[in-house]
Write a protein that binds this ligand. Structure first.
Ligand code: BGP
Length: 458
C-alpha cells in the first residue's frame, strides 16, 4: 500500500441531527430551521424543509449496518438540543433519551466509536427568542444541556465536541444573511462569536471536572492565501485569517485571542462585551482535540478601493476575495478544490498550535443531479473518489511529517438535507431516494471500504 496511514486511523463520516433525523419524526422542539422554514420566506430550501430529511430517526439500524459494511470505525453525529430538551431548558424528552441511547448502543455494538457533537447550527427557537448567543442566559442553558448529555451518555461516549463550525452561524445569522435570524450587524456578530467561545469553554471546564473522555471543537479552517507577497496583500490575508480562522482556533487551542485581532477590533470600537472572569475561563479550559472541516481555501488580496468610512464596520473592510486564475473548481457547489490546503492546515497546527491531536472531521464534494452518473443502479462517482484520494495524499504527507492527525471523516455518510440547498447537492457514500428512503451504496462507498480495510490506498 503506497499511502499507508498510522495505525488505528479513524475512518468514518460526519452528519448532523437537523440534516438527517427529520424534525417531524418523534417528539422534538422547534429549531430556528423549522421556524424559518415554516414562518418566514427564505430563498434557500427549494420549498423542502428539515421535516423528514433522510429519516435516520427511523432507519438508523440499517444506516449503522451500512457504516459497518464500508469499514467505519468512527462516526460523528450531533444531538439536537431541541429534541433532547424541547424548550431549550427544563424538561428532558424521554423519547429522545431512548433514541440517542439506542443509536449510541447500536454504533458501539458495531465497533463504531460515536463522536458526539452538541451543537450543529440548530439553536432551539425558544433559545433564539431569548436572544440566542447574544444572551448569557442562553449560554447557561446550553451548559445545562451539555451536562445533561454528559450524564446520560458520557459512560459510553468518550469523544465529544462542543460546536461544529461556530463561525458559520455568525457569518450566516449576523453578517451575510444566510441563516436565521438574518441580522447584518458586525457588532452583534462579534458578540455572538465571543459568547459562543465562552459557552464552549464553560462546557470544556465542566467536562474535564466530571468526565474522563476527550472534548474538542470542530472548526472549518479556510487557509488564507494572499494574491502576492506584497505587504498590502499579505496584510489583507492576515486579517482575513484573524477573522475567519484564528477568532476560534486561538481561544480553543491556545486559550486566548490573537493580539492583532483584539487591537484591530479595539481600534474600530468593536470589542465585544466581556466579563472579568472570561479571560481565565478561556485560558484554563482548552480543547483535547480539534476537528478540522476543510472544503476550500480563501484567496485574498488587498482592497481595490478603500471602504466608505460611513458604511457599517464589516470584516470585508480589510480584504477582497479574488478568483485565482487556473484554480480547480467543484462546478456544482461553486467551491474551489485545493487539496494541498489540508496539508497546510496540518503543518500550521503542528508548528503553531502545539501539534494538537486533530482529524479531518469533514471534507467532501457536493454534486448536483447525481443520478446522471447512475449505471446499473449505482452512482459511479469517480469524481468523489478522486476528490477524497487527492486530499488523503496530502493528509498522508502531513502524517509522515509528524502532524498529529488521527483520522478522516467524509461529509457525509448518506445524502441529506442541507441548510442552503435542501437536496440539491449530494455528498454521501450512500445515495438516498428522498421519496422512498431507499439507500444505495455509491462507487465511492466500496472504494472507501477498501481504504479503511487496508488503512490506506494506492
Ligand atoms: C459544512 C457543514 C455541514 C454541511 C457541509 C456542506 O459547513 O458543517 O453541515 O452541510 O458544510 O455544505 P452544504 O450543505 O452547504 O453544501
Amino acid at each position: 500500500v503506497e499511502y499507508q496511514f498510522p495505525e488505528g486511523f479513524w475512518w468514518g463520516s460526519a452528519a448532523s441531527a437537523t440534516q438527517m433525523e427529520g424534525s417531524r419524526n418523534g417528539v422534538s422542539g422547534e429549531t430556528i430551521w423549522d421556524h424559518w422554514f415554516e414562518n418566514e420566506p427564505n430563498r434557500f430550501f427549494d420549498g423542502v424543509g428539515p421535516h423528514q430529511t433522510s429519516d435516520f430517526y427511523n432507519r438508523y439500524k440499517e444506516d449503522i449496518r451500512n457504516m459497518k459494511k464500508i469499514g467505519h470505525n468512527t462516526f460523528r453525529l450531533s444531538l439536537s438540543w431541541a429534541r433532547l430538551i424541547p424548550g431549550g431548558q427544563g424538561e428532558v424528552n424521554q423519547e429522545a433519551v431512548s433514541f440517542y441511547s439506542d443509536v449510541i448502543d447500536e454504533l458501539l455494538a458495531h465497533d463504531i466509536e460515536p463522536f458526539v457533537n452538541l451543537f450543529h447550527f440548530d439553536m432551539p427557537i425558544e433559545m433564539q427568542n431569548k436572544g440566542g448567543w447574544e444572551s448569557r442566559e442562553v449560554i447557561a442553558a446550553y451548559v445545562d444541556y451539555a451536562k445533561i448529555a454528559f450524564d446520560l451518555f458520557g459512560d459510553r461516549v468518550k469523544t465529544w465536541f462542543t460546536f461544529n463550525e461556530p463561525i458559520v452561524p455568525v457569518e450566516g445569522g449576523y453578517l451575510y444573511d444566510f441563516h436565521y435570524p438574518n441580522v447584518v450587524d458586525a457588532r452583534r456578530a462579534i458578540q455572538v462569536a465571543y459568547h459562543t467561545m465562552i459557552a464552549h469553554a464553560k462546557v470544556v471546564e465542566f467536562y474535564h471536572q466530571e468526565q474522563d473522555g476527550k472534548i474538542g471543537i470542530v472548526l472549518n479552517l479556510t487557509p488564507s492565501y494572499p494574491r502576492s507577497q506584497n505587504p498590502a496583500d499579505l496584510k489583507a490575508s492576515h486579517i482575513c485569517d484573524l477573522f475567519f480562522n484564528r477568532s476560534f482556533l486561538d481561544p480553543a487551542v491556545k486559550g486566548e485571542y490573537p493580539e492583532d485581532l483584539i487591537s484591530l477590533l479595539e481600534e474600530h470600537g468593536h470589542l465585544p462585551e466581556t466579563q472579568p472572569e472570561d479571560k481565565d475561563l478561556l485560558k484554563n479550559h482548552i480543547v483535547d482535540l480539534l476537528g478540522v472541516n476543510y472544503y476550500q481555501p480563501r484567496r485574498v488580496k488587498a482592497k481595490d478601493h478603500l471602504p466608505n468610512p460611513y458604511s457599517p464596520f464589516m470584516p470585508d473592510w480589510f480584504f477582497d476575495n479574488y478568483e485565482m486564475p487556473g484554480r480547480k473548481m467543484n462546478p456544482y457547489r461553486g467551491w474551489e478544490i485545493y487539496e494541498k490546503g489540508i496539508y497546510d492546515i496540518m503543518i500550521n497546527l503542528r508548528d503553531n498550535y502545539g501539534n494538537i491531536e486533530s482529524f479531518i472531521s469533514e471534507n467532501g464534494m457536493g454534486v448536483q443531479d447525481e443520478d446522471r452518473f447512475l449505471k446499473d443502479g449505482r452512482i459511479e462517482d469517480d469524481y468523489r473518489i478522486d476528490f477524497i484520494s487527492g486530499h488523503l495524499k496530502w493528509l498522508h504527507k502531513a502524517a509522515q511529517e509528524g502532524c498529529n492527525v488521527k483520522g478522516y471523516h467524509l461529509w457525509t455518510f448518506m445524502d441529506n438535507w442541507s441548510w442552503m440547498n435542501a437536496y440539491k447537492n449530494r455528498y454521501g457514500f450512500y445515495s438516498v431516494d428522498i421519496e422512498t428512503g431507499e439507500r444505495t451504496a455509491k462507487k465511492s462507498a466500496s472504494w472507501f471500504a477498501d481504504v479503511s480495510k487496508q488503512n490506506g490506498f494506492n
